[in-house]
Design a binder for this molecule. Structure first.
Ligand SMILES: Nc1ncnc2c1ncn2[C@@H]1O[C@H](COP(=O)(O)OP(=O)(O)OP(=O)(O)O)[C@@H](O)[C@H]1O
Ligand SMILES: [Mg+2]
Length: 473
């Protein structure tokens, strides 16, 4: 062998030796991200390695470990679930002896277990642009109102924005923001206004005393300068000036307090919370010496809630900006697929299509559908393309109560119009206004002048509702 051909041969051998490692690396990235853009990936590698990654990529494609998916104008590649055993082996070659190995070994835990609000950041998906707008308002302690139908993610969003890392990511200083969450559902008919303010006071002081944000030394200093404002007191001893004193002292030290009132409609029907109450609440956020912002969460816009007419004219409502939470878009739904991949399960493109179709982007149904397919894959089962309807039936049977809840949220007229749509009948002129309203609550959407029920799963549920057939308008 000449020196030249020996060098060539050695180069080839070296490439082959590293190839498995490079292939493992590519697959590892694909597993973490859910899909890949080839050019982007190759160009992110060191220049001298790019040729090897190019060969590794082609080999993976040739062996069918990566599959090509063309979505609109973007060409993406994802793991082939059929070949997951080989994929796992190669990924292990790449991560062996690294911290990543432990991660890879630990995977395959179903992350789609949420049925109530999401409390950790790892499982919260999407809503980026809305969140960044909310932070733009919080930067200037301006009020926000989050509006969205049931289970669309309002409470999850409130929890998410109060995490330190999220505050930091949105360019605010988490050391200066105190988030106080409370659910107004707990205030029953007999609640007094003092109860509401006492709750505000005690939650704020609890947060300050035990939240770890403000040091003991600083608490002592604040209490020395402003006679004992940070304290725990009994409800019977509470006065409004305790709350004002606390907010004033914290604001003076440049702490901003964000009060998050979840289920805001709970007090809308309560006559105790009258015009003067809203005036007083507004005075807290409007006081130039106080750095306070309110975020409300409700199913309807706070103007549309059933307040008495005079209350609607209260300046309280004027300062809120509305943020509507609706179904998630494609990119957000892909966030769920990435979460599945990070946990060791790759959804096939048939599964992805079904998840999109069944859910119509409603995050709760995306969550339920991902849970369904995650378990299917974990149990070693495959989805045959022709079995879609069979799986939908099992899914509906399993989650009947959730769909029944959507159904019970609408009145009889609305049920009738939904049933007509689901059964492929023309909804008729008398459904026009009804369907427009249902579109506002995202239960139907309009495509090419035609209404459709937002989710294939709910559509099938509605179609199977026997009572509606006889109750046409
Ligand atoms: N951003 C998100 N990421 C992942 N899952 C989400 C997200 N938002 C909502 N979900 C899913 O929807 C479910 C309901 O969310 P959440 O309880 O926050 O909704 P809600 O609007 O507060 O509902 P309700 O009106 O009943 O109070 C969660 O359990 C979760 O499964
Ligand atoms: Mg909620």
């Amino acid at each position: 062998m000449t020196t030249k051909s020996r060098t060539k041969h050695e180069k080839k051998k070296k490439i082959a030796g590293n190839l498995a490692y490079n292939m493992g690396h590519i697959l590892y990235v694909a597993q973490l991200t859910g899909d890949l853009e080839k050019k982007k990936l190759i160009s992110s590698m060191p220049k001298h390695d790019q040729e090897r990654y190019e060969i590794a990529f082609e080999t993976l494609l040739r062996d069918g470990l990566l599959v090509h998916e063309k979505k609109r104008d973007i060409s993406n590649y994802s793991l082939n679930p059929e070949k997951f055993e080989y994929t796992k082996e190669l990924i292990h070659r790449f991560v062996r002896g690294t911290r990543g190995e432990i991660k890879v070994k630990q995977i395959k835990k179903n992350p789609f277990f949420h049925r109530g609000p999401i409390k950790d950041t790892e499982h919260f998906i999407g809503r980026e642009s809305l969140i960044s707008h909310i932070f733009d308002r919080l930067r200037h302690t301006e009020d926000c109102s989050i509006i969205g139908p049931r289970a669309i993610g309002k409470t999850s969003l409130l929890h998410y924005i109060s995490h330190n890392e999220v505050v930091r990511k949105n360019h605010l200083d988490p050391k200066k923001y105190i988030f106080v969450y409370y659910d107004l559902q707990r205030f029953g008919e007999n609640t007094k206004i003092e109860d509401f303010y006492y709750e505000m006071f005690s939650q704020t002081s609890q947060q300050v005393l035990h939240g770890g944000l403000i040091s003991e030394g600083e608490i002592k200093q604040i209490n020395d300068e402003n006679p004992n404002v940070i304290k725990e007191i009994n409800k019977s001893l509470f006065e409004m000036r305790d709350l004002e004193g606390l907010i004033g002292a914290l604001s003076e030290r440049d702490y901003k307090i964000v009060y998050m009132f979840d289920e805001f409609e709970s007090i809308a029907n309560n006559p105790t919370f009258d015009f003067s109450f809203y005036g007083q609440l507004r005075a807290l956020s409007g006081n130039p010496g106080f750095q306070v912002a309110f975020i409300t969460a409700s199913k309807k816009s706070i103007y549309e809630l059933t307040f008495q007419e005079d209350i609607k004219t209260s300046p309280f409502f004027r300062y809120f900006e509305d943020f509507r939470l609706g179904p998630m878009n494609r990119e957000e739904i892909r966030g769920f697929f990435r979460l599945a991949a990070k946990n060791g399960v790759i959804f096939s493109s048939d599964m992805r299509n079904l998840i999109e179709k069944w859910s119509g982007g409603h995050p709760f149904i995306v969550q339920l559908s991902c849970d369904y397919f995650f378990n299917l894959v974990m149990n070693g089962n495959k989805l045959k393309p022709e079995d879609g309807e069979k799986h939908l039936d099992i899914f509906l049977k399993r989650h009947k109560k959730h769909f029944a809840y959507f159904w019970k949220q609408v009145d009889k007229r609305e049920q009738t119009c939904l049933w007509r749509l689901a059964s492929g009948k023309s909804p008729g002129r008398d459904c026009k206004g009804v369907l427009e309203n249902l579109e506002d609550s995202y239960l139907v959407n309009k495509e090419k002048k035609k209404y459709r029920i937002f989710s294939a799963a709910f559509e099938k549920f509605v179609k199977n509702m026997p009572s509606s057939k006889s109750e046409l308008i």
